[in-house]
Write a protein that binds this ligand. Structure first.
Ligand code: FNR
Length: 191
């Protein structure tokens, strides 16, 4: 059975470059033999993490839904924007809420045995390259294994063609290599 991979961007913005990149990763994963589920974090609004909220009402319904979705997938593919050289509050807040226990489901269970591929896009020249080590560190801290390959796409406003494909052949090849490695690594893990 082909590995299931949950794909999302760390941006809620309608015309987000990172959503475009995440959608492309999802379609390449499907084309290369994986089974991608693209989700838009805009569809999972959650309050900023607050321990009093958690103590009072427990996890927000959307955090519980996401926790379940993570558990149902073996892999993650994430496209992260860079805000002031850092990851976005949306991405951090999402990872944080999902890392909280919910009834019988332990906090880090959604991240157990998970393997992730990461990428980023920015209209700037470096493509959000400074955020990627932080995405890597965050995921690693919750127990996710992050593949060494990554792709940061600079000049993002010109990087995608009308079909949502990467105009640059080298970037397209790198993205495929990352997606293929994720699929192959997950398939080996499944035995
Ligand atoms: C940015 N942006 C940005 N870009 C970058 O390459 N390095 C940076 O450090 C920052 N810092 C930053 C801070 C804040 C608060 C915002 C709102 C934006 C620009 C950012 O890359 C741009 O808005 C992207 O379009 C955001 O990603 P999405 O939403 O297109 O996926």
């Amino acid at each position: 059975q082909s590995p299931r991979i949950l794909v999302f961007a760390g941006s809620a913005r309608e015309t987000s470059f990172n959503k475009r990149l995440a959608k492309l990763m999802a379609s390449r994963i499907d084309a290369l033999g994986g089974q991608a589920t693209f989700i838009d974090l805009r569809d999972y609004p959650m309050p900023l993490y607050d321990g009093d909220l958690e103590d009072g009402e427990g996890l927000p319904e959307n955090a519980r839904r996401l926790k379940q979705l993570f558990i149902e997938h073996q892999g993650l593919a994430i496209a992260s924007p860079e805000y002031n050289g850092f990851i976005t509050p949306l991405l951090k807040n999402t990872i944080d809420w999902v890392s909280r226990p919910d009834g019988d489901i332990g906090g880090l269970v959604p991240y157990e045995n998970k393997i992730a591929a990461i990428s980023g896009a920015s209209p700037g020249g470096l493509g959000g390259l400074r955020a990627l080590p932080l995405v890597r560190q965050l995921l690693s801290n919750v127990g996710v294994t992050v593949l060494p390959n990554q792709l940061a796409i600079g000049g993002a406003s010109k990087a995608f063609d009308d079909q949502g494909q990467l105009a640059d052949e080298g970037q397209a090849k790198t993205l495929d290599a990352i997606c293929q490695r994720l699929i192959d690594t997950l398939a080996r893990q499944q035995g």
